[in-house]
Design a protein around this ligand. Structure first.
Ligand code: NAP
Length: 282
């Protein structure tokens, strides 16, 4: 363990782009020694270039691979002897309707968004419990509060992570470990560009039972795209939460998030259905 090192250590997953990249830079500027996980370490160029002299160590971490999770935790344990924050940020979204997704597509999404976050958190807990302190920040989504057509399976993975995290928060309170959910609305990141994914059937369907709904969803997406938020807002929130001693459980943020939450809270689902129809132009 290095003596001159700043005392706080964070592990952030999915740091090639988007929230993970920005949060690793912000957290390092805020005084953290950051272990920045990359699904493929050979893509670290951009992160390295932006990091300059900041205390960021890019690490090979495909979150779905048990050996890579274990190696990173062992490295942090050996070099730092502590872990103050885990940010489960790595995630994928595969769009498509319930009937269109194939099992392998659903499993792939749940592997990254749910199982990997569960497994990595589990692996980090012994260190955090031993030091009787730490924070786990899970990046879920507004889709983890309200599901919309065409993104139901993604929403399912985020609802799952929300529910698991809610229980985890209760379970860890007695150990001095905080559990926090960051629930972004749409923000401009690579998830809508380089990493934009549709299930195979969705991509193929120009006709058939879902073609009309698919067009409506695509039009909605086109209208939404220019209104997407600036990802730095999310990264700033994540960084602030690293040092918040008494955080809430949930932090929704982003365009249209408050109206959506109000609809969910105040309207019976029957009326929510009408709102969804209106938004889709049905
Ligand atoms: N942007 C939004 O509007 C929005 C809204 C709500 C929630 N979110 C959530 O925010 C998180 C970050 O997404 P983003 O918007 O910043 O998108 P992004 O730019 O696509 O970032 C996602 C990151 O996750 C990584 N990743 C994917 N699979 C991985 C795996 N198996 N192991 C390790 N890393 C993996 C990606 O690496 P590669 O590129 O190398 O695959 C990428 O670095 C996700 O959990 C997403 O669901 C985003």
């Amino acid at each position: 363990m290095s003596n001159s090192a700043p005392s706080k250590v964070a592990l952030i997953t999915g740091c090639r782009s988007g929230f993970g990249l920005l949060a690793s830079l912000d957290a390092a500027r805020a005084g953290y020694r950051v272990y920045a996980g990359l699904r493929d370490l050979s893509t670290a160029e951009n992160l390295r270039a932006q990091a300059g002299d900041l205390p960021i160590t890019p690490v090979q971490l495909d979150v779905t691979k048990a050996d890579e999770r274990e190696a990173v935790i062992a490295q942090i344990q050996e070099r730092e002897g502590r872990l103050d924050a885990l940010v489960n940020n790595a995630g994928i979204a595969i769009a498509g309707f319930w009937e269109q997704l194939e099992e392998d597509e659903l499993r792939t999404m749940f592997e990254v968004n749910v199982f990997a976050a569960w497994a990595l958190t589990k692996a980090c807990l012994p260190m955090m419990r031993a030091q009787r302190a730490g924070v786990i920040i899970n990046i879920t989504s507004m889709a983890g509060r309200m599901a919309t057509p065409g993104l139901g399976m993604y929403a399912g993975s985020k609802f799952a992570l929300e529910g698991m995290s809610e229980a985890l928060r209760h379970e860890l309170r007695g150990f001095g470990i905080r559990v926090v959910l960051v629930e972004p609305g749409p923000y401009k990141t690579d998830i809508f560009g380089r990493n934009r994914r549709m299930c195979r059937a969705f991509e193929a369907a120009q006709s058939g039972p879902y073609a009309a709904l698919q067009r409506k969803v695509a039009e909605l997406f086109d209208r939404m795209e220019p209104k997407m938020g600036d990802a730095r807002e999310v990264s700033r929130l994540i960084t602030r939460l690293l040092d918040d001693a008494t955080p809430r459980l949930r932090y929704p943020l982003g365009p249209n998030v408050l109206p959506r939450l109000m609809i969910r809270k105040l309207l019976p689902f029957r009326l929510e259905e009408r709102v969804v129809d209106l938004v889709l132009g049905k």
